[in-house]
Design a protein around this ligand. Structure first.
Ligand SMILES: Cc1cc2nc3c(=O)[nH]c(=O)nc-3n(C[C@H](O)[C@H](O)[C@H](O)COP(=O)(O)O)c2cc1C
Length: 196
C-alpha cells in the first residue's frame, strides 16, 4: 500500500453491545473491504473517556484513550461516523469523544489538526422511521463549524434499524445498500484527492 492510498475509519457514536450504529459502521467497513478500500472499524467502548471537565484537563490533560483515538484517526484519511439520535441530537458519547480529542495539543503547543486534515462522511440509524437523520443536523456543525472538518454533503440514514438487515448482514433495501456503497466510494475518492 502506498502512503496516499485511502484508508477509511468507521466508528459509531454508541458503545452499546447491540448498537445499531455499530452494526452500520461495521457494514461500512465490510463494504469498503469488499471494494478494495483499506478500512478499519473501531469501537468507542474500547476508548473510555471521562466526561470532559476543564479542571480534570488542567490536572491531567486529555486522557490516553483520547490520544490513542486521535492517533488512530491520524492513520486514516477518511472517517465515517454512524450516529444514533438522542432527542433529535448528537449522543453524549460522540460529543465527549470529539471534545476531548479537540483539546489535544502537539508537542509545540498547537491544536491537533486531525479534524482539518481528514474527510468525513456521516450516517445515522435508529429503530424509528426517520433513521436518526435529525442527529446529523447536530453532528455536522460540530465537525464543520466547531472543528473545521471537511464533511461530505451526502449523508445516509437507515430507518427501522431492527428489521433493516438480511441474514448476511446486508441492508434488505438494495437501493440503501447501493447508496451506502456509493457514499463509501465517494469518501475514499475525496480522501485520495485531499491526500494523494
Ligand atoms: C436518550 C435517548 C434519546 C433518544 N432519542 C431518539 C430520537 O430523538 N430519535 C430517534 O429516532 N431515536 C431516539 N432514541 C432511540 C435510539 O435511536 C435507539 O435507542 C438506538 O438504538 C440507539 O442507537 P444504538 O442502537 O446505536 O445504541 C433515543 C434513545 C435514547 C436512549
Amino acid at each position: 500500500m502506498t502512503s496516499n492510498t485511502p484508508r477509511l475509519l468507521f466508528f459509531a457514536g454508541s458503545a452499546r453491545a447491540a448498537s445499531h450504529s455499530k452494526r452500520l459502521a461495521k457494514l461500512g467497513e465490510r463494504i469498503a473491504d469488499a471494494n478494495g478500500i483499506a478500512a478499519t472499524f473501531a469501537d468507542l467502548g474500547d476508548y473510555p473517556m471521562p466526561l470532559y471537565d476543564g479542571d480534570l484537563e488542567e490536572r491531567d490533560g486529555p486522557p490516553d484513550t483520547a490520544r490513542k483515538f486521535e492517533a488512530l484517526m491520524r492513520v486514516h484519511t477518511g472517517i465515517f461516523i454512524a450516529s444514533p439520535e438522542y432527542n433529535a441530537s448528537i449522543t453524549p458519547l460522540l460529543k465527549n469523544t470529539l471534545d476531548w480529542i479537540s483539546r489535544i495539543r502537539t508537542d509545540d503547543g498547537q491544536k491537533t489538526d486531525v479534524f482539518k486534515t481528514r474527510v468525513f462522511a456521516l450516517g445515522s440509524t435508529s429503530p424509528g422511521g426517520m433513521g436518526g437523520l435529525r442527529a446529523l443536523n447536530a453532528v455536522r456543525p460540530v465537525l464543520e463549524l466547531g472543528l473545521g472538518a471537511l464533511v461530505l454533503p451526502d449523508q445516509f440514514a437507515v430507518p427501522r434499524a431492527h428489521e433493516a438487515y438480511d441474514d448476511h448482514g446486508h441492508l434488505r433495501n438494495k437501493d440503501s445498500q447501493e447508496s451506502f456503497k456509493s457514499l463509501i466510494q465517494k469518501l475514499a475518492r475525496a480522501a485520495h484527492v485531499l491526500h494523494g
